[in-house]
Design a binder for this molecule. Structure first.
Ligand code: SUG
Length: 448
């Protein structure tokens, strides 16, 4: 049976702004308070989805969330009508209003961890929504994420959904941003690679000194248990704490894998040799031939990797077995990174081509091509069981582009977030979106 990797990209929500909310994420910190352009952000994301679809890849779309999150503000004690809740938060606690307005759900690599059916004990595709417990503005995403994923992958014969892990730092879980799967073919059993930043219960593991390690070993292990993965099909590795302290807040900022290939920076992991041997051995047991492409620090420094987002790229398999790397424009403007990429594609190795996309609006908050997509490996039967409303087609692209043109502002600052009119605009946009994507009622304003 045929199988595919389907990339579901997060549609940027109408409140996209630069709130400076993510300590440890260099771009988010340095662009804090700049004015943003939500319309441009959404159109940049849609252009990437359309381009991948036109290249013959399977592409889907994941809906944004209701923001401002008035219900979350109510839980923090702001009362009155919706407009009063927003005005009171703006007056008394602007940072909390900004956090409840974040369009951060666009980075759907953090929405969930997904295990394909070939890896799981019950033969279903398993999803665990990420608790995103490290940052308040992200910790409020998972209830809606679960409803949206449930509406997209509703067929219980093929899809199993797990609620987010307990909401404490010890089970900090950032979803697929720290998870990669290696396999010979998408429909065959593979090796799931979980990368953690620290252990919450075992102090033998080192931890970063400056910035938080968002993913714990214990969270990764819990997800592997929930999904019914075999021990032989799982490898755990620790992120090098010193790169976290240099701004590598997720493993997908320093490594990317696909098929039988891991593309990574020399400084990405602790115990690299042992880890590579384990990946190679376990992949061999399911018929695969592991290959690693290491980028030496002499060619690209960790700082270059963080600024250019070289590794936050999409590594995609082409029909002839070679791979294509989708990188952000910032890779072309970094001389060393661009030179490295020219050498890589010219060397006749597995990565043969690089395509560049302008995702500046998202990049300025630390979200590159890989952050914007959630990968779901599906066989033909499973793909047919996905809600067809969320699979990208030329007419859907046209409808979504028109929808963005109709509803989005082209400039957003902190003052705009305090405007109660924004909430009404967002709700009417999202109400229409659930009809376009055939999701049913998934937003708090639709179900309460
Ligand atoms: O969680 N930025 C996101 C970026 C997530 C990128 N995802 C992956 N690497 N997979 C984060 O730090 C910034 C929001 C703000 O500052 O307005 C933010 O949430």
């Amino acid at each position: 049976m045929k199988s595919y990797e389907v990339n579901f990209d997060g549609l940027v929500g109408p409140t996209h702004n630069y709130g400076g909310l993510s300590y440890g994420n260099v771009a988010s910190q340095s662009n804090s308070q700049q004015s943003s352009n939500p319309k441009e952000a959404a159109l940049q994301g849609l252009a990437k989805m359309k381009a991948l679809m036109d290249m013959g890849f399977q592409q889907g779309v994941l809906a944004p969330q209701e923001r401002p999150d008035v219900a979350a503000l109510r839980r923090l004690g702001f009362a009155g009508s919706d407009a009063q809740v927003i005005q009171r938060a703006a007056k008394e606690a602007m940072p909390l209003l900004v956090a409840s307005c974040s369009a951060s759900s666009m980075w759907v690599a953090n929405a969930a961890t997904v295990s394909p059916s070939a890896d799981t004990a019950d033969g279903r595709v398993h999803f665990t929504a990420a608790n995103l417990n490290c940052k308040y503005h992200r910790s409020i995403e998972h209830p809606t994420t679960s409803r949206v994923l449930g509406a997209m992958f509703a067929n219980q014969q093929h899809f199993a959904h797990h609620a987010a892990l307990p909401a404490v730092a010890q089970f900090g879980d950032e979803g697929a941003a720290n998870h990669t799967r290696f396999c010979r073919a998408y429909g065959e059993a593979g090796v799931e690679f979980f990368v953690f930043g620290r252990s919450a219960f075992d102090n033998r593991y080192p931890a970063p000194q400056k910035y938080p390690a968002r993913q714990t070993l214990e969270a990764s292990q819990a997800v592997a248990r929930l999904h019914g993965l075999r021990e032989e099909g799982v490898v755990y590795a620790q992120q090098n704490p010193s790169v976290i302290d240099q701004g590598v807040f997720h493993n997908d900022v320093i490594a990317v894998g696909n098929g039988e290939v891991l593309f990574y920076h020399e400084d990405a992991f602790l115990g690299t040799d042992k880890m590579l041997a384990e990946l190679s051995g376990k992949l061999a047991k399911v018929g695969g031939k592991f290959q690693s492409v290491c980028v030496p620090r002499s060619a690209v420094t960790v700082d270059d990797a963080v600024r250019s987002y070289l590794f936050n790229s999409q590594l995609l398999s082409r029909p002839d077995g070679s791979m294509l790397l989708i990188v952000p424009e910032e890779c072309r403007s970094n001389e060393r990174v661009w030179q490295y990429l020219q050498g890589l594609t010219g060397a006749g190795g597995v990565i043969r081509e690089v395509k560049v996309f302008d995702l500046k609006q998202s990049m300025q908050n630390g979200g590159g091509p890989a952050c914007l997509r959630l990968r779901v490996a599906l066989n033909e039967t499973e793909l047919a069981a996905v809600n067809p409303g969320v699979i990208m087609t030329a007419p859907l692209y046209d409808s979504l582009t028109q929808w963005v043109e109709n509803h989005y502002r082209d400039r957003m600052t902190e003052n705009d977030l305090a405007d109660p009119q924004l909430l009404l605009e967002c709700r009417s946009a999202l109400d229409e979106l659930t009809q376009i994507l055939k999701l049913g009622s998934v937003y708090p304003f639709q179900i309460n």
